[in-house]
Design a protein around this ligand. Structure first.
Ligand SMILES: [Fe+2]
Length: 312
């Protein structure tokens, strides 16, 4: 294991959070909504004492053939939030997703919550702002979000302590959110039998991903891990989005204990070279770089998604 001082600092902060939990702070309740069209897990986490909640990585349904958006997935989340009487404090994005559109602005309009993402979203906005020739009307300063988290920043969900960790690699701006004993780790690790996230998008880096993953794997064993995606795996016909540190360390097919950084980078790079781009990358990136807001309407009142030819 690396002995990165930043890693040790975060781990000790998380140990303090977990100690707080065992000392009487409530254990967060997590309910997950799985979108089978994009294999995305939206997590709703709440503090049972105050009923404050965070919605993490919500999904706006999108049909690429017709260009129609729908709120079916987000409506299921909304119904749960209302039925449970939750007060939404946060709409959290682990990163600018390339495989689904975020429903955070729509959900924010229904139930509120501060929209937050990692501070390095500005890098992602810069890269994709250029690729999509978004023009000067598209601000690349993160101002579409209510809060930009830096590595190690603390926040609270009701009475529960939380911390944001910068875990780049899949994209430069990926964050993990540790809320009480639950870590929402975005696109880093997937289930042990599936492996890890790809690292070949613009700004991605397999070496950085390895280091972020080792950092996550240094979290205390009792941390619950909640994933952003599951794609199934050979021999498993159901979807799973929760696992443990020890299961990942012992059994992750890409990055179990003993896999070196160079081995991982060679494997990840070779595998990424075989992968097609996600079906919804064009609309997803253009919407998510804007904090989940659709592009502004043109003079005729219609909003458009661009497709850059021979670029990605
Ligand atoms: Fe992703």
């Amino acid at each position: 294991m690396p002995t990165d001082p930043a890693c040790d600092a975060a781990t000790s902060q998380i140990r303090a959070i977990l100690t707080g939990a065992s000392a009487g702070a409530p254990v967060p309740v997590v309910r997950t909504f799985f979108d089978q069209a994009t294999f995305t897990a939206t997590h709703v986490v709440h503090d049972p004492a105050t009923r404050q909640a965070a919605i993490i990585d919500s999904v706006l349904d999108y049909d690429p053939a017709s260009g129609r958006t729908r709120n079916d997935s987000a409506s299921a989340v909304l119904a749960y939030v209302r039925a449970e009487g939750l007060e939404v404090a946060w709409q959290l994005e682990t990163h600018a997703h390339a495989d689904h559109l975020s429903a955070a602005p729509w959900l924010q309009g229904q139930v509120g919550g501060r929209l937050a993402i990692g501070a390095d979203i500005v890098q992602v906005q810069d890269v994709f702002g250029k690729i999509f020739n978004a023009g000067t009307a598209f601000a690349r300063d993160g101002s579409q979000f209510d809060r930009l988290f830096h590595d190690g920043e603390r926040f609270r969900l009701g009475s529960i302590d939380a911390i944001a960790l910068h875990v780049p690699g899949h994209t430069p701006a990926d964050m993990a959110f540790v809320i009480g004993d639950a870590a929402f780790i975005g696109d880093t690790l997937f289930m042990p039998d599936y492996g890890t996230a790809r690292a070949d998008f613009p700004g991605g880096d397999a070496r950085m991903l390895y280091r972020s993953i080792r950092r996550l794997l240094s979290l205390p064993d009792e941390t619950r891990l909640f994933l952003c995606h599951d794609y199934g795996a050979p021999g498993r016909d159901h979807f799973v989005w929760e696992t443990t540190i020890s299961a990942e360390r012992q059994g992750n097919i890409h990055v179990h204990d003993g896999v070196t950084e160079d081995d991982f980078v060679a494997m990840r790079t070779a595998r990424d070279a075989t992968l097609d781009l996600p079906r919804l990358i064009m609309p997803s990136v253009q919407v998510n770089m804007r904090g989940g807001h659709l592009p502004e309407p043109e003079a005729n009142g219609t909003r458009y998604i661009k497709i850059p030819l021979d670029t990605l």
